[in-house]
Structures are given as structure tokens and as C-alpha cells.
Write a protein that binds this ligand. Structure first.
Ligand code: 13P
Length: 249
């Protein structure tokens, strides 16, 4: 039985004091959650959030990392740096990073490999644009992204990789994929993984849905056969709303 992972992606939002207030409000609301609860916060909130979640079941993640350990990469943060302060999760290859900061399938693959070497839990994002969807290319695009992201990983590493299927047209737009649509694409991803890494690996990989998840649609989405939770943007900025998503049942 796969565990559901409900992760908030705060993107570039919240100062440290706001992060701590949020955690104080969220912690009692999700303390009995059966699902894994993760908050992926800006770098400047990481340390404060880690301290503030110490006696809670909330896990902390970063939103990106560099694949090199150290060096002349102004403005970058390495996986080692994340690991050194106790960060557990890291988002890799979010569509906003692919669109605005030159993230490619190749850098995603390098970062993913590095995350596994360090024992960070990666959440790798894939998803098609509206044009690609309208041109009936969604499955092809997602398949390529998955293949390239996972290239060279061991079966064990693939099993430990969380995949977030986030159709770009559904991000921040209020347009959610239908539960059937999202489930079908996620099932497709699972089949592709099965073809390369075997059925056992594919059955244990956690695959989330992301794109305008909110308390009003979380239950419908998360109860589908292949959707193992969600990566939540806007709706993760409000503690009560995010708690409702975590406790969707
Ligand atoms: P929204 O939930 O705001 O659509 O964002 C989704 C997302 O990009 C999560 O990574």
C-alpha cells in the first residue's frame, strides 16, 4: 500500500515569522494525519521551519538544489547544504524552474541522482503545457520527461523518487485536471516505469497530482486508484485550507 504524500509548495512566499506562525497553526490540525505532511519552503525559511517543526509530524523540504557540492555558482544552494541543516525533501524540476531558470531534463537528472546520493527525498515534477495537451502530445511529453529524469537510477532509487504530475495549464489557474484525466495520466506514468524498471518498482513509486488542488477537490483526486497525494501551491499558503487538504478523507 503506497502512502499518500501531501506536500505544500510555498514558492516565493512567506517570511520566516510568517512561516513559523503558519506552522504553529498547522501542527495541531494535522497531528493525527495518516498521510505524510510536507512543506517545501523558501531557502530563507528552511532553518526556522525545521526548528519549529521539531516536535511535529510536519516534514520540511526545499524547492530546488544544485547538483554540485560546492564551487563558483553564485546564488545556488547545494544538496549538501540542505542536508547539513536537516532538510528531508527537495522539489526538483518544477515547471516554473524549467520555464524561467533554464532547468532541463538533463539538470533534473543530475539533481535527482545527487539527491539520492545524499539521502534527500526528491519530488520530481513533470507535466505538459496547454499547447502540448491540445496537440494531443501530453503522454508523449510526460513519458520523455520521466525517462530522462530517471535515466541511470537504480531500481531502489526509482522506488524512492516521488513524482509529481503537474500539468502546466492547471498550475495557478484554478483549472484542475478532472480526476479521471489526472488518474489516467498518472497510471500511464506508472506503466512506463513498469516497462523500464519492472512492475514491483512501478507499484511502489509515489506519484502525486499537482495543479489547483484545494480542499474542495482534494478528496475526489486523492481517492483515485493511482493518485498518491498532491503537490499544492496556492492552497498551501493558508494553514486551515492546507490542513483540510491533508485531512481530506
Ligand atoms: P497551484 O496549486 O497554485 O496550482 O500550484 C501547483 C504547483 O505548482 C505546485 O508545485
Amino acid at each position: 500500500m503506497r502512502k499518500k504524500v501531501i506536500a505544500g509548495n510555498w514558492k516565493m512566499n512567506k517570511l520566516p515569522n510568517e512561516a513559523m506562525e503558519f506552522i504553529s497553526e498547522l501542527a495541531p490540525l494535522v497531528k493525527s494525519a495518516e498521510n505524510e505532511v510536507v512543506l517545501c519552503v523558501p531557502y530563507t525559511d528552511l532553518f526556522y521551519s525545521l526548528l519549529h517543526t521539531q516536535d511535529t509530524n510536519i516534514k520540511i523540504g526545499a524547492q530546488n538544489m544544485h547538483y554540485e557540492e560546492k564551487g563558483a555558482y553564485t546564488g545556488e544552494v547545494s544538496g549538501e547544504m540542505l542536508k547539513s541543516i536537516g532538510v528531508e525533501y527537495v522539489i526538483i524540476g518544477h515547471s516554473e524552474r524549467r520555464a524561467y531558470y533554464g532547468e532541463t531534463d538533463e539538470t533534473v537528472n543530475k539533481k535527482l541522482k545527487k539527491a539520492h546520493v545524499l539521502g534527500l527525498k526528491p519530488i520530481v515534477c513533470v507535466g505538459e503545457s496547454l499547447e502540448q495537451r491540445e496537440a494531443n502530445q501530453a503522454k508523449e511529453i510526460v513519458t520523455t520527461q520521466i525517462k530522462l529524469a530517471l535515466e541511470g537510477l537504480t531500481n531502489e532509487e526509482v522506488e524512492k523518487t516521488i513524482i509529481a504530475y503537474e500539468p502546466i495549464w492547471a498550475i495557478g489557474t484554478g483549472k484542475t485536471a478532472t480526476k479521471e484525466d489526472a488518474n489516467e495520466t498518472i497510471k500511464w506514468i506508472r506503466e512506463k516505469i513498469a516497462q523500464i524498471y519492472g512492475k514491483e518498482v512501478a507499484e511502489s513509486v509515489i506519484i502525486q497530482y499537482g495543479g489547483s488542488v484545494k480542499s474542495g477537490n482534494a478528496k475526489d483526486l486523492f481517492e483515485m486508484s493511482d493518485i498518491d497525494g498532491g503537490l499544492v501551491g496556492g492552497a498551501s499558503l493558508d494553514a486551515k485550507e492546507f490542513a483540510k487538504i491533508v485531512n481530506y478523507k
